[in-house]
Ligand binder design. Structure first.
Ligand SMILES: [Mn+2]
Length: 452
């Protein structure tokens, strides 16, 4: 029974993959037409050696390659997308190697979408490059095919590729959906480890075991903050010492076929604590923010709305002593919520393309109040977004506030009560469907599990 189910899943993702490649071919044909090149060749990247050592850094294929081919461990591969061709050609490096395990291969059925050529020297790939007018645009971290400088990562091509990425194919959506299911299960295992009093490193080990992945396979480093560490936005340096548990923030995803889920949950050890109530209120605000998205909605407007929601939580818990409106006027929430509401998600965890006004790559201006905001373009159909408001008690930012003219707009004794809990972030991944509906991949993935 189990086997049948597995076979069915493979078949359906292979069918989706064939459809994905067809759709990407049409989009890249438009890029070739717009930029005048006769082909685009994308390299997966090269193995990078550590300085003065015979050890390599862990290899990860770049997102431009992963967008086409789910081989994220295969260095030295090239995908050739030629104008007018019905299939892209995948060049795979195949040399005798007694030191390493056999290289990663494509999932069953995926090879139908590609012409596959095995090569042993780079000259064999170079011989296949287009000699037609317009020539080859080559996308890779190094110019390993020795194309002319102006044809290596041409900005016009890169911008067009980034822009078309905004709308995700059904295959891409399915990959992030599957990555959400795997990650949700692992989040619950991590929660159980936290409640058992485990160290941050032990919690991360429980997470990896539950999703059956290695640390190098994670789409980004696991952020697992117990107690005050929940206030460190990217707490990657996980502690080995066990601590008396109060709070726990876990930001971790899973990679499926090169596509990431990106999920954050925050838990209180004591469900009767005020911090638990604060998490619950922020959770309801986060759901309101998820529902506020949609086709044509501006991430900038949502960013402003998210600051209002954070102000509402701070007022409710007596952390700030001003009204929501005056907190917005003096930008008081920036002390407690110093990051963006979310980002576009895909084969880059922070996927590209959402800063552009058009396919040419003309930049959209960031709002004056949030100059670092990267998510600027109105949402489009089939885009995947993260929604991740946060509320933290970060000592360095609080010290700045204490030394500012607005020091008396907060209740410092309340802040001292919450400081030992670090902070809260709740992050879901949402598909904005073409029919206007919103699919919350993360909430769906947690349904039926023992912890949400
Ligand atoms: Mn995120």
């Amino acid at each position: 029974m189990q086997n049948n189910k597995k076979t069915h899943q493979l078949n359906s993702s292979a069918a989706l993959y064939v459809q994905h490649v067809t759709e990407k071919l049409a989009r890249f044909q438009a890029i070739l037409d717009a930029t005048g090149f006769s082909e685009i060749v994308i390299g997966s990247g090269d193995t990078l050696m550590q300085f003065q050592d015979d050890m390599a850094y862990p290899f990860k294929a770049n997102p431009y390659f992963k967008e086409w081919v789910p081989l994220n461990k295969r260095a030295g591969s090239f995908l050739q997308i030629a104008a007018g061709s019905s299939k892209p050609t995948l060049f795979l490096l195949c040399v005798e190697d007694i030191w390493h395990t056999a290289p990663q291969s494509l999932p069953a059925g995926f090879e139908d979408a590609l012409n596959i050529v095995e090569y042993s020297t780079i000259a064999e790939v170079q011989q296949q490059l287009s000699s037609r007018h317009g020539g080859t645009a080559f996308i890779n971290s190094t110019n390993s095919l020795s194309v002319a400088a102006e044809s290596w990562n041409p900005e016009a091509v890169i911008n067009q590729i980034d822009f078309q990425r905004l709308a995700k194919t059904p295959y891409e959506q399915d990959s992030v959906r599957e990555a959400s299911h795997l990650a949700a299960r692992a989040h619950v295992a991590a929660y159980d480890a936290f409640m058992a009093g485990c160290s941050e490193l032990e919690i991360a080990a429980a997470y990896l075991r539950a999703c059956d992945q290695s640390e190098n396979e994670m789409p980004y480093g696991i952020i697992a903050g117990v107690n005050e560490h929940a206030a460190v936005l990217h707490h990657h340096d996980l502690f080995k010492q066990r601590q008396t548990p109060r709070s726990f923030l876990l930001d971790a995803g899973v990679d499926v076929r090169g596509y990431a889920s990106d999920i954050t949950r925050t838990y209180a050890y004591d469900p009767a604590s005020e911090f638990a109530a604060m998490i619950e209120l922020l959770d309801s605000k986060q759901l309101e923010l998820c529902a506020a998205g949609g086709i044509g909605k501006s991430p900038v407007d949502l960013q402003i709305l998210s600051h209002r929601k954070i102000a509402e939580v701070l007022v409710e818990f007596g952390v700030i002593t001003t009204s929501v409106d005056s907190a917005m006027d003096i930008d008081l929430t920036a002390t407690f919520y110093p990051h963006g509401l979310g980002h576009h998600l895909g084969c880059n965890v922070h996927d590209k393309g959402s800063r552009f006004a058009n396919a040419k790559g003309d930049p959209l201006p960031a709002p004056e109040k949030y100059p670092k905001l990267r998510n600027l373009a109105p949402m489009v159909a089939n885009q995947i977004h993260t929604v991740e408001p946060g509320l933290y008690f970060i000592p360095s930012l609080l010290n700045k506030l204490r030394n500012s003219e607005f020091a008396d707009t907060v209740n410092w004794s309340r802040i001292n009560e919450f400081l030992p809990y670090g902070g809260i972030r709740i992050e879901d991944n949402i598909i904005v469907h073409a029919d206007g509906s919103l699919e919350n991949l993360t909430r769906d993935a947690f349904k039926g599990l023992s912890k949400q």
